[in-house]
Design a protein around this ligand. Structure first.
Ligand SMILES: [Zn+2]
Ligand SMILES: [Zn+2]
Length: 592
C-alpha cells in the first residue's frame, strides 16, 4: 500500500509561516493498493488538494472514503471535493452509524443553505453512503476492520489489510484510562483492546495532538499524547508510527524538537519502532510483511449496518432480583441487539463476568451491596458503566447512572444504547412529586379520562393553534402512566407514555415551560416524540391547576420546527389556559 498525507493538522486549519513544513490542512489521507484501489481516510481541508490531483489525472474516477467521525476537521473538505461534481464518477462513503442521523444526513448538515450554496443532491457523481458498526468488511482487495475509539463523538478506527501489509488509522482517540494515558499503569482493559486493534501494524497513523506535559489539562478532550502513542506502538509491536492530528498551536520547530527527543529515547532503549510526524505531501510505501492479524476477543462480524443499533456482539450483565423488572430490562437489552446475561447469585455473576465480560451491568441494591459482584465488575475495567435499578435515586451510591422504576421499554432502550455507546442520553423523565396520589384523585374525580372530544375544549385548542400559528395544540391530562388529550389539534393519537411526556415536566414544576428547540435541550433531544413522530422541535405548555391546588395537566403548543416565544405570547397562552381551568373547575362543581 502507498499512503500519502494531504493534511495532518487537528481541530482547525493552520496555514502560515510557523506550519509551512508539516502543513496547515486538516486530516486527509490517500491510500492506494498495488491493484489501484483508492481509499481516502478522512476529509479535512487536505481533501481539496487531493481532489484537484485526482481530477488532473483525467478519466472517470471511482473511490472509497472512510470517515472516522464527523467533527469538522475530518469532514470540512467534503463540499470542496471536485471529483464529486463530475457526472460519471462513483464514490462510496463509509462512516460510523450514529444514533439519530444517517451518515448522509450528517454530512449534508454542513451543506445546509445557511452554510453552503449547494446541497449533496447536486453532486454530479453517484455517491453511495454506508453506515458502519464495529466489524469487518471488504473494499475490493482491502480487508477493513473497524473499532470504536474513545472520543466525545462516535468514532471509528480503521485497520486496512492489503498487499500483505497492514495500515491502521486511529483518529481521534484518547486512552480510556487516565493512568494508562499518563504511563502510570500498563495496558489493560479497553486500552489493551485498543492495543490489540493496532497489533503488528506496518504503519500506524495515530492521533497525537498533545505532549505528555500538556495532556493533564486536556484530559477528557478525546486526544492522545505523543508519549502515549509511542508506548502503544512499542507495546503492540507496531513497525512504524506516524504521529498526526498536530495541535494547531504546534510550530514546525516544536514538532522537530519533539520527534528528535522521542527518537533519542527509543534509541537509548534499543527500540526498533520508527517514529515520525505526519507531513503534508509526504508519501510512504508500506512494504509487505507478515503482520500479525488484529487480535480480536470477539467473533468477526460484518461492519455494515443493517439495523439501527450499533451494538451487536456485546453483552449486558443483569442482576436484578425483581423478576418483572429483570424481564423488562432483559427485553430492552435484547431489543437493542445485545445479549442479556441474567444471574441470580453472586457466584454465577462472577462466573458470567469472567466468561463473557459485559459492556454494561444493570444491577439492583442487593447486588450493589455485594462486594463479590461489584468487585468482579470493577475488575473488568474502571469505566464499565454500572447502572442501578431502583424506585429512587440515592446520592450516596456510586454508580454510573440510575434506571428508576417504572420505566417504558422505549426509555430503557434509549438509555441502554447510550450507556453502551458511552454517550450522554438526552432524555430526562419528569420526576413525580409527593402529592401525586392526591393529584391523581383530583384528576379522576373529573370523570373525564377517555371521554369523547367536546366542542368547548376543541374550540380552545383550535384558537390556540391558529393564534400561535402552530400545527399542534393539546389539552393534556397527566394520568398515572400516560398523558391523555382531552382535546388535540394536529396530533396523530390521543395519548403517549408518561415517560415521554413534555407536559409531565410542567405538571411537576407547576410552572409554564417553553422549549425553543428540543434538539438543543438536554431533557428532550433523545425523547422518542422528538426523534420519531410527531418530531417535536418546539414546545410551550401552561399548567392547568384546579382550585384544590392540584395541577392535572396543561394547555400546550407544539411545532415541528424551532421557534421563539415572547413574554406576550406566554401571556396569551395563560389567558387560554385560564379558560381551560374554568371549564374543568365547572365540571368539578357539577360532580360535587
Ligand atoms: Zn479531530
Ligand atoms: Zn474529533
Amino acid at each position: 500500500m502507498r499512503v500519502q498525507f494531504w493534511g495532518a493538522r487537528g481541530s482547525i486549519p493552520k496555514p502560515g509561516p510557523s506550519t509551512v513544513r508539516y502543513g496547515g490542512n486538516t486530516l486527509c489521507h490517500e491510500i492506494r493498493t498495488a491493484r489501484g484501489t483508492l481509499v481516502i481516510i478522512d476529509c479535512g481541508t487536505g481533501l481539496h488538494g487531493l481532489g484537484l490531483k485526482l481530477l488532473s489525472g483525467g478519466g472517470s474516477l471511482s473511490g472509497h472514503i472512510l470517515i472516522s467521525h464527523t467533527h469538522w476537521d475530518h469532514i470540512q473538505g467534503v463540499p470542496f471535493f471536485a471529483p464529486f461534481f463530475v457526472p460519471g464518477n462513483k464514490w462510496d462513503i463509509y462512516g460510523p452509524k450514529g444514533l439519530n442521523q444517517s451518515l448522509r444526513e450528517t454530512l449534508a448538515g454542513q451543506m445546509q443553505h445557511t452554510y453552503f450554496p449547494i446541497t449533496p443532491d447536486e453532486f454530479g457523481a453517484a455517491i453511495s453512503y454506508h453506515d458502519l458498526l464495529e466489524g469487518t468488511f471488504e473494499i475490493d482487495d482491502i480487508k477493513v476492520t473497524t473499532r470504536y475509539l474513545n472520543h466525545p463523538a462516535l468514532t471509528l478506527g480503521y485497520r486496512l489489510e492489503a498487499d500483505g501489509s497492514t495500515v491502521v488509522y486511529c483518529c481521534d482517540h484518547e486512552p480510556f484510562s487516565r493512568e494508562v494515558a499518563e504511563g502510570r499503569r500498563g495496558f489493560s482493559g479497553l486500552d489493551q483492546h485498543h492495543a490489540d486493534f493496532v497489533e503488528g501494524a506496518d504503519l500506524l497513523i495515530h492521533d497525537a495532538q498533545y505532549t505528555a506535559a500538556e495532556y493533564p489539562s486536556k484530559a477528557g478532550w478525546g486526544h492522545s499524547s505523543i508519549e502515549f502513542v509511542v508506548r502503544l506502538a512499542q507495546h503492540a509491536n507496531v513497525k512504524r508510527v506516524v504521529l498526526t492530528h498536530h495541535d494547531p498551536m504546534r510550530t514546525d520547530e516544536a514538532l522537530d524538537g519533539i520527534v528528535e527527543k522521542i527518537r533519542d529515547g527509543l534509541k537509548a532503549s534499543r527500540s526498533t519502532v520508527l517514529v515520525s510526524a505526519a507531513t503534508e505531501g509526504e508519501a510512504i510505501e508500506v512494504a509487505s510483511s507478515d503482520a500479525l492479524p488484529a487480535r480480536s476477543s470477539r467473533e468477526e462480524s460484518r461492519a455494515m449496518a443493517s439495523v439501527k443499533p450499533a451494538l451487536s456482539q456485546q453483552s449486558v450483565l443483569i442482576k436484578v432480583a425483581d423478576v418483572k423488572v429483570a424481564t423488562a430490562v432483559g427485553n430492552a437489552v435484547r431489543a437493542e441487539g445485545l445479549r442479556a446475561n441474567f444471574c441470580s447469585s453472586a457466584e454465577t455473576a462472577r462466573k458470567l463476568i469472567e466468561q463473557d465480560p459485559p459492556s454494561l451491568a444493570i444491577i439492583d441494591h442487593a447486588a450493589a451491596d455485594d462486594d463479590r459482584v461489584l468487585g468482579a465488575l470493577r475488575a473488568i475495567k474502571d469505566e464499565l458503566p454500572i447502572v442501578m435499578v431502583a424506585a429512587h435515586e440515592r446520592q450516596e451510591v456510586d454508580v454510573t447512572d440510575w434506571l428508576t422504576t417504572p420505566f417504558t421499554d422505549s426509555y430503557a432502550r434509549t438509555k441502554i444504547r447510550a450507556w453502551v455507546l458511552r454517550e450522554a442520553c438526552r432524555w430526562i423523565r419528569a420526576p413525580i412529586s409527593e402529592n401525586e396520589p392526591a393529584r391523581l384523585r383530583s384528576l379522576r374525580e373529573l370523570n373525564i379520562l377517555d371521554t369523547e372530544p367536546e366542542e368547548r375544549f376543541d374550540r380552545i385548542t383550535r384558537v390556540a393553534a391558529a393564534l400561535f400559528n402552530v400545527p399542534m395544540a393539546t389539552i393534556t391530562l397527566l394520568d398515572e402512566s400516560r398523558q391523555w388529550f382531552k382535546s388535540c389539534q394536529g396530533t396523530a393519537g390521543r395519548e403517549d407514555p408518561r415517560d415521554a411526556s413534555f407536559c409531565a415536566h410542567v405538571v411537576y414544576n407547576r410552572e409554564p415551560m417553553v422549549v425553543v428547540d428540543t434538539l438543543r435541550d438536554e431533557r428532550f433531544a433523545d425523547n422518542p416524540l422528538v426523534l420519531g413522530g410527531p418530531r417535536i422541535r418546539f414546545y410551550a405548555g401552561y399548567p392547568v391547576t384546579l382550585s384544590d391546588g392540584c395541577c392535572i395537566g396543561t394547555l400546550c403548543l407544539l411545532d415541528t420546527r424551532p421557534r421563539t416565544f415572547e413574554a406576550i405570547d406566554l401571556k396569551q397562552l395563560r389567558d387560554l389556559a385560564l379558560i381551560v381551568m374554568e371549564q374543568f373547575q365547572a365540571l368539578k362543581v357539577g360532580h360535587a
